[in-house]
Write a protein that binds this ligand. Sequence first.
Ligand SMILES: Cc1cc2nc3c(=O)[nH]c(=O)nc-3n(C[C@H](O)[C@H](O)[C@H](O)COP(=O)(O)OP(=O)(O)OC[C@H]3O[C@@H](n4cnc5c(N)ncnc54)[C@H](O)[C@@H]3O)c2cc1C
Length: 402
Amino acid sequence: MQSVKAKLDESFSVVIIGGGSAGISVASRLVRYLDPRKILIVEPSEKHYYQPMWTLVGAGQVRKETTERDESRLIPSGVQWMKKFVTEIHPEENFVTLEDGSQVRYQFLVVCPGIQQDWNKIQGLEKSLGRGGVCSNYDYKYVDYTWKVLQSTMKGRLVFMVPPMPIKCPGAPQKIMWLAEDYLREKGVRKSCEIHFVSAPETIFGVPRYREPLERLLRERGVHAAFGKNLVGIDGEKKIAEFVDLKSGEKMAMNYDMLHVVPPMSAPDFLKKGPLVNQAGWVDVDKNTLQHVKYPNVFSLGDASSAPCSKTGAAIRKQAPVVVENLMSMMKSEGLRGVYDGYASCPLVTRKNRCILAEFGYDGKIMETFPFAQNKERWSMYLLKRHVLPRMYWDFMLKGKG
Ligand SMILES: Cc1cc2nc3c(=O)[nH]c(=O)nc-3n(C[C@H](O)[C@H](O)[C@H](O)COP(=O)(O)OP(=O)(O)OC[C@H]3O[C@@H](n4cnc5c(N)ncnc54)[C@H](O)[C@@H]3O)c2cc1C
């Protein structure tokens, strides 16, 4: 699929902002019901990434190139693609403005431009990232540097931090910590290494069923854990990370040899400035129907939506069919029947070949798939994460089947 040029006042049945996990999943389902030429995806990037695999890239288990595909190969046949940023949304008049000033009209709008990673909110991070032991699994460019640092580590202090919520995949900051700990143990250097988990959230996991085994693992594996502390600055030359205690405001400096950073995140700036969002900047939708609370021809899903679920690809797998069902009902002037129950899942990789598969819905309701206790470390769940979920993503979810 080649991207097309925006013509002033061109009109589409459905315009989708963002061709990421959510945008492609929705488009692939919509083409079953609508003329694909009347569907437009506005997506500036030529590449699409299977981000959940970056956890295993950082631990040296997978090459990062396998997580990247051309956007053009994923856009369903016939669906139009404009390779541009949306800069403004005008829901009263049903059009969006693109970065070149052109306007595109829509009957229905699906808003899913993902979450913004605010690297600049941690002082000194941008100039330290990718060298001197400062790494992050949250950026394709640097994800393999995590593995380089781990490989060269024989001793010293490794610090893994978690920023304030919300972030995408809240479990990912600890997954790389567990994988690093396991790797150092296998390499025979664990005793010469100090591992610190420093978290802004007050607990290691929100849902008690999974929190308890994780807390036990912290104790058993000798991880120094501190909660309620936020990373605010890095001195890359001196290898010092500065944290602030979120209750007392007290500052705490920590030397590191390796520092795995997850940036604070927020809604994309163009959304925050626009008319569709709640106070926190997320697209303000009904948490069950995913329809906008004020504009009935607008829907939102994925990381940019206000649905109070865990921001994950797993959540999108359940949200996309709901958005499409309700959007089609709106087109036929019928009542909305699709209901999203808050489902999300988090494959918590705890060792190089073990995983706890957390699955839960709104208010922490347990929604496990398998007939065994999923809050235990299992090899089978690791195989699911490593081999089955990627196939489900590329071959089913993005093709509108899963
Ligand atoms: C390290 C890591 C580990 C993860 N692990 C897991 C996991 O184990 N399980 C899981 O389910 N999820 C996991 N996730 C989370 C998952 O990848 C995201 O929740 C999911 O990709 C969000 O999909 P989305 O479509 O909302 O956003 P994205 O997939 O990020 O797509 C958003 C798209 O919108 C585009 N865009 C941005 N701004 C504009 C604009 N102004 N105009 C037009 N387009 C725009 C972007 O270019 C992008 O292509 C992980 C993420 C990371 C980073």
